[in-house]
Design a protein around this ligand. Structure first.
Ligand SMILES: Cc1cc2nc3c(=O)[nH]c(=O)nc-3n(C[C@H](O)[C@H](O)[C@H](O)COP(=O)(O)O)c2cc1C
Length: 310
């Protein structure tokens, strides 16, 4: 089976990429995963200064999903360049760094320094974190701000720029188009959906931050709809993310236009999930007579009416 996928300028071994925030900078999963079997990895989002993150509890299980309000704890860009990026750069797969700023200047400074140091094959611009007070979703919820930050980062980056979108907006297609106008090479859709959990007997929130972002299988239909809308709104490649836990899930996202997918929560529950999902995807393709992953791309035929098979 030919699993190779071209994601704009990036050539991936297969379409499966580890999502940001769910495997640190690589060493946390080194005993569980053979990175050379993955299409790529996206490091935990880094910020300009070290961050402690949000008050605990930071996660809460919900039906078929998990709410998190981690709040981007990390050691800051200096530590990332000294420790995280050198480790990431040794992994035998496509290595992607992730940045989040409170201002355009912060995004630009981090992108420039990562690009200058080398070791990352692309930079994901996280304008979609629902769990931080400044920056976070503020850029990703506004089309002109999305275009501005994308253009500024693009101007200082020698590697492809990926813009990661939030689904917590009225029209994700408009935001995706703004990222494309700003020069994004690739779009990632989507980050988590804002949600909350409450204990009714004592009338208190389950998360220290009160609200958090929902991920896992619960969000798959929502993410799939967002990815389809994004894929119809731009000409650049799209990565689908949200609730993927099986090989069939991957192929659903590819059918509606994602050239690659990211997997997050599944790896928290099952550290070897990526390898299982890859095997399942190959078996599914084989069973249905496909000889390559790229044959599954963008085949969606809504005009032919609803399907009667699952
Ligand atoms: C615990 C946790 C931490 C996350 N941290 C980040 C992060 O640092 N940067 C980011 O862009 N997305 C982060 N995300 C969002 C994921 O990358 C992904 O977009 C989202 O969880 C949906 O995919 P999933 O359902 O496969 O987990 C985080 C998600 C979880 C569950």
């Amino acid at each position: 089976m030919d699993l190779h996928t071209a994601l704009g300028p990036l050539q991936l071994r297969n379409p499966l990429i580890m999502a940001s925030g769910t495997f640190g900078y690589g060493w946390e999963f080194r005993d569980f995963l053979d990175y050379s079997r993955l299409g790529g990895v996206i490091a935990k989002t880094v910020t300009i200064r070290p961050r402690k993150g949000n008050p605990p509890p930071r996660t809460c299980e919900t039906a078929c999903g998990v709410l998190n309000s981690i709040g981007l704890p990390n050691g800051g860009i200096d530590e990332f360049l000294r420790v995280g990026l050198p480790y990431l750069s040794r992994l035998d797969t496509c290595r992607i760094a992730s940045i989040a700023g409170e201002t355009v200047d912060e995004f630009v400074e981090m992108a420039r320094r990562i690009s200058n140091q080398g070791g990352a094959d692309a930079i994901e611009v996280n304008i979609s974190c629902p769990n931080v007070k400044k920056g976070g979703m503020a850029f990703g919820a506004d089309a002109p701000a999305t275009e501005q930050v994308t253009r500024a980062v693009r101007a200082v980056c020698a590697v492809p720029v990926i813009v990661k979108l939030t689904p917590n907006v009225t029209s994700i297609g408009e935001i995706a188009a703004a990222a494309q106008a700003g020069g994004a090479d690739i779009i990632s859709a989507v980050n988590t959906f804002l949600g909350m959990a409450v204990s009714w007997p004592d009338a208190r929130p389950m998360l220290g931050n009160i609200v958090g972002g929902l991920s896992g299988p619960a969000i798959k239909p929502l993410a799939l709809r967002n990815v389809w809308e994004v894929a119809r709104s731009v000409d650049i490649p799209v990565m689908g993310v949200g609730g993927i836990v099986t090989g069939a899930d991957v192929l659903e996202f590819m059918t509606v236009g994602a050239r690659a997918v990211q997997i997050g929560t599944a790896s928290l529950v099952e550290p070897t999930a990526m390898e299982r999902i890859l095997s399942e995807m190959v078996a599914e393709l084989d069973e249905h007579g496909f000889s390559s992953a790229e044959q599954a791309l963008g085949r969606f035929k809504p005009s032919q009416g609803p399907s009667c098979c699952r």
